[in-house]
Design a protein. Sequence first.
Length: 91
Amino acid sequence: MTDANPAMAWIIFKRDRKLFERKFPNLKIIRFNPNTPLRYLISGGLSRFQILPINFYYTIKFLENKLAIFNDYIGMFVTIELQKRKIYGSK
């Protein structure tokens, strides 16, 4: 995870969506849902340092739910749902 590129999901499924659809015509993007903009950061991410105690978890979750309308701009992670479709005329 430390070598991961968190921008790859956005690059592949948003910025270069047309390229993805051309290369993979049998896959349809059903859902692209950015989420959890605060919990990851406040938890300390991959480090051992936690910014807030665990008892603030539900408060942060509540705040994230209130800010969900801005997730396209502030979401740290993304849930992507793909559907495999049958391409007629192919094997």
